[in-house]
Design a protein around this ligand. Sequence first.
Ligand code: DX5
Ligand code: ZN
Length: 227
Amino acid sequence: MRTFRIAPSILSADFSCLGQEVRDVIAAGADIIHFDVMDNHYVPNLTIGPMVCEAIRPHCKGTPIDVHLMVKPVDSLAAAFAKAGADIITFHPEASEHVDRTLGLIKDAGCKAGLVFNPATSLSYLDHVMDKIDMVLIMSVNPGFGGQKFIPHALDKVREARRRIDEYTAKHGGEIWLEVDGGVKTDNIRAVAEAGADTFVAGSAIYGQADYTTVIDAMRAELAQLR
Ligand code: DX5
Ligand code: ZN
């Protein structure tokens, strides 16, 4: 039986009452809080930093915070987010001068670490670092904004990532989560899971509706059809 995780992205939440938005989505059944960090340099948008992570931490009550760094350079902010209470920190390999070192510093700070792949980024960045990876994140939109359309070609990438993860864990053990981010909705989540993902980021699909429980339940009902 596969384990699936729903990770609402607070990028689409109401920032004027973020603590409440985090509590509401957890009460609605969120497994993880996805936290999008954009720097107006690596991506053309500016969002939230470590202070906001620290501020929402007490509202999460044990639900992991999944920090997706869309920033360049990576290392100093990765360290700051580890200190601010992040549980998982992922970054884009093109944004780090030394991918192995960045993964190492995230792990040494006690967090889970992962790499994020843009639609045009090769999975070959995984070749020599699987031992340091807890999560692979496949972007199904170009990073920078919520509410974009799912790029269907991402499904091939998810299948290839699934193959690499299964091959590695069969040989070496351990657990590596496969997350998909961008344009995930109730009507395509099952296809994304069929391609091999186990963790689903959804921003506008969840926060764009009045009743978060209804959306998350509908997503789980779709996933349940796979079991
Ligand atoms: C995009 C972000 C996503 C975004 C997803 O750069 O990384 O996490 O919030 O939003 P939706 O689900 O609306 O595509
Ligand atoms: Zn994200």
